[in-house]
Design a protein around this ligand. Sequence first.
Ligand code: F6R
Length: 610
Amino acid sequence: MCGVVGVVGSRPCVETIFEGLKRLEYRGYDSAGIATMSAGKIHTAKSDGKLVRLEGHLKELPASSSIGMGHTRWATHGAPTTQNAHPHVTGDLALIHNGIIENYRELKAELLKDGYSFKSETDSEVVLHLLSRELKTTPKMKDALLKVITRLEGAYGLGILWAGEPEALYLVKQGSPVVIGVGENENYFASDALALLPLTKSVIFLNDGEVGRLTKSGVELWDFSGKQLKRAPSVLNWTAASAEKQGYRHYMLKEIHEQPAVIANTIARLVDSASGKIDTKEMGIDDLDLTRVKSIVYVACGTAYYSAMIAKYSVEQMVGVPVSVELASEFRYRDPYLDKDTLVIAVTQSGETADTLACIKHAASRGCQTFAVCNVRFSSIPRSSTATLYMEAGPEVGVASTKAFTSMVLCHYLFGLAIGQKKDRISKESYQQALESLRQLPSAVDRAVNAAGLIEDVAAKYYEATNFIFIGRGPSFMVALEGALKLKEISYIHAEGYAGGELKHGPIALIDKHMPVVAVAPLDGHYEKMISNVEEVRAREGVCIGVGDLQDDKFKALCQDYIPCPQVKDAALQTILSVIPLQFLSYYVAVKRGTDVDQPRNLAKSVTVE
Ligand code: F6R
């Protein structure tokens, strides 16, 4: 969850570290700090709050330091204060930590008994003192580290600066992401490759159970048994510009607007426009043994989970095996029935979500094939899966997921279509119809994105509401859930999504003239039932905001406000279009309420701890 950046080279490094931390701001944090080494001495600058506050302290660091590391902290153990901010320092040793040390209480008690005193309330500081104590009897850093990590339980990405080797940075990865950037006469590390994009494209992703040592001219790696490892760098295919705001007021707005291009590029990349053939190799499908797939279980969290719920509607039909969808945080702890014929699919934008990763590892240990639908190349979940379908949506920086959601829905659809065709389960006609919907999709997404102005007016009317209900049926039920999630996470308005058919079973009691109800009712097989639900809402003085077809006068007449939305024939693909007005609605409501759209309170982009 925290952001981590380290640099070792021959030029002054403070600005490079600070700029790297800025690129990780999107992950969410509440304090920050930097430590550098100069003339064999460690110097630190730390602050609570955002990086602008840390900036005021940077002059406390020697301008000429060419080795150092920085950290943005998302508080777990101890309040977001300067004292608790990383790096933690004792004597000639500084440490940054991303993750949670689960057995820190026992370790802290042991260290206190041994005479060590603590400056912070963090779990991380125990690692610092353990290492400092170990270095007294094990004078080589690598050996001391290998001993200390045997004492740690939990997740940790560590960065270490030590005056004993003033030209080196040490790293450890167990559970939390660590990536090394290989530069020219300069090397780097970070918790997220985005931080390194303007510096290098050449990266080495550490695996769990690995230790690294960086100097300006070299990278050394060992596993936890001390065995030296050799690893060639991979090359990132994202550009630095793709992670910039490019003139948009917020990343979220930029990413909503990127959706037409993302959808068009994904279809162009995966479906041959002339033959209509799907590239199953590029999709990772060729790496699976399909004869073994008797059932599919999707595991995911949050928005990714809702995308997978849409897959249940499309993929189950097309592939012809039972599909279930589970929250990764539940699945991993419930000892699910799994056999080697179950394909477990992890859906994840970041590829680093701790719960989802744990599910994949658990499934693999049961002999299942595992598949990742993921946006970030080389991230932990693809590296732990049998095969991966990369979404290639480009960096998603806004904490609220937008383009990743629509891109996931499209990827699931193509996955189902490709396997359905391979298994000869889809008639020629249905396949042609699907291709037609896919052909229409990019321009329809473009039209949906261009309707923003009207939605801004709707947002201006309702932004002071304290509650919202979203309803939909069929795949649009998931759009309702996703719309409610978007609104609550960035505007802090309480919002719930319901299946239209569930209203009568409880939630309808909430409806009165103060309750805006957003009804998603495209012209699909559920339309008439949705109209009945809207009638029921209106009969109880509920305020209805409709999202439906441009020409649908019947639905429009029932609603106080109406957001027309382009339509395609396929109900699963329609969700890609229907969700866009809801992304805009939550965005404009949040802007009106003055909340921090890209970094909503308490949230982090990549949830690498439980
Ligand atoms: C909501 C949101 C989260 C993520 C969830 C899973 O807008 O972004 O709910 O969808 O934390 O993240 P990934 O997809 O990275 O596994």
